[in-house]
Design a protein around this ligand. Structure first.
Ligand code: GAL
Length: 237
């Protein structure tokens, strides 16, 4: 299978309010109040923008994040898993697993084509910024930095820092998907040429590799104003 097939179900950009098959039935939001920004409706055959559609059905090999999600689906009102099985419905503020922040994950074999990083978190109240880095030793191969108030603007700065020197920032976005107090799911897909980032099933940005030795990228770091619930590193077939 080539990459364009593998990416057949990568979320399309620009529209945060629609869902796709890859998300339906895998909604990690335990809150019974529907979140209007969370995709809910299946969307047939979403395709990567600008890529021809081969009409393929779904994310190949199933839904890569699903095995990692430790719960029954919240769709039938079962809510968040409780240690004591029983009929008690989960309250709206059901406890959520949280990982300590700053969060570090060693990438034993570096980064590679088709590596998929899935991050589930909640933006803290009154946030200034969230940072996700892929580091190669001292260097920042990919620094992804949503800022909530830079002179009154929301921006997502992407950059690399090689040999202690920051490069040219990439800042263009069509959509700033992070909302204070709200849960999000972010996916970073590594390809041979770039990283692709999607949040809540919408493609947000791509970032061409500036540090081409992908095997040297040995750490994922997540920090600043975020509460983390789950981080998974998987490989697309
Ligand atoms: C700097 C900031 C760094 C990093 C960099 C990205 O202004 O201090 O933490 O975000 O921008 O270009």
């Amino acid at each position: 299978m080539d990459l364009s097939d593998a990416l057949e179900d990568w979320p399309s950009g620009g529209n945060q309010s629609t869902g796709s098959g890859m998300w339906s039935g895998n909604n990690p939001n335990p809150n019974p109040n529907p979140n209007p920004t969370w995709p809910g409706q299946p969307q047939p055959n979403p395709t990567w923008p600008g890529q021809p559609s081969a009409g393929g059905p779904t994310w190949p090999g199933g839904q890569p994040t699903q095995p990692s999600w430790p719960s029954p689906q919240p769709t039938s009102g079962g809510g968040w898993p409780s240690p004591a099985p029983g009929p008690t419905p989960a309250p709206p503020s059901a406890p959520q697993r949280s990982l300590s922040v700053p969060y570090y994950h060693q990438l034993q074999n570096g980064v590679h084509d088709k590596m998929l990083i899935t991050i589930v978190g909640t933006v803290n109240p009154n946030p200034q910024k969230i940072t996700v880095d892929l580091n190669a030793g001292h260097d920042f191969a990919f620094h992804f930095n949503p800022r909530f108030n830079e002179d009154g603007h929301k921006v997502i700065v992407r950059n690399s820092c090689i040999g202690d020197k920051w490069g040219k920032e990439e800042r263009e976005i069509s959509n700033f998907p992070f909302v204070p107090g709200q849960r999000f799911e972010m996916k970073i897909l590594c390809t041979n040429t770039e990283y692709r980032v999607a949040v809540n099933n919408s493609h947000i940005v791509e970032y061409k590799h500036r540090l081409p030795n992908l095997r040297a990228i040995n750490r994922l770091s997540i920090y600043n104003d975020v509460t983390l619930h789950d981080v998974q590193v998987t490989r697309l077939p």
